[in-house]
Design a protein around this ligand. Structure first.
Ligand code: CMP
Length: 140
């Protein structure tokens, strides 16, 4: 399996509780490398564009409000099979269904305030990475 990249967001519920380092430790212990990272406040139009695929869902407004409510840490993670590996490390979207030891089981508050986002496919990873990083900000 070739080296792959995925896009990650440490969400406002986690930055508020000062969990960036704890989450990064779980990521690094899994073997993934953090090859780009920055802490930002997402603009509302950026959050709306990022989650456009969910815009007809009943939770869309709540999701966008939450994502702009405080700092987030956007990241590029690199490693073998990075997209699927990070989804395993994150755990299920709803922390009630997440496996022991996963980021969401350990840290998430709810399905909405679920501490992290990770891309769901290599194609979406490339799109999401390009939304927040230019090539020279990613150092593998
Ligand atoms: P994420 O992986 O960032 O992708 C879409 C997000 O929508 C998801 O994580 C959840 O945080 C959020 N989400 C999904 N379902 C619900 C829901 N029923 N209520 C609120 N937020 C949700």
């Amino acid at each position: 399996m070739a080296i792959q990249r995925t896009f990650s967001i440490i969400k406002p519920d986690a930055t508020e509780r000062n969990l960036t380092g704890a989450i990064n430790a779980v990521i690094e212990e899994s073997g993934l490398r953090i090859v780009a990272q920055k802490r930002i406040i997402m603009a509302r139009r950026e959050a709306e564009a990022f989650y456009a695929v969910h815009k007809e869902r009943p939770f869309f407004g709540e999701l966008v409000d939450f994502m702009v409510s405080g700092p987030v840490v956007v990241q590029v993670l690199e490693g073998e099979n990075a997209v699927l590996r990070y989804r395993d490390v994150m755990g299920a979207t709803n922390p009630a269904n997440a496996a022991e030891g996963t980021i969401r089981k350990r840290f998430a508050r709810s399905i909405g305030e679920n501490s992290v986002h990770g891309s769901d496919s290599p194609e979406n990873a490339a799109i999401e990475i390009a939304q927040f990083f230019s090539g020279n900000e990613i150092v593998g």
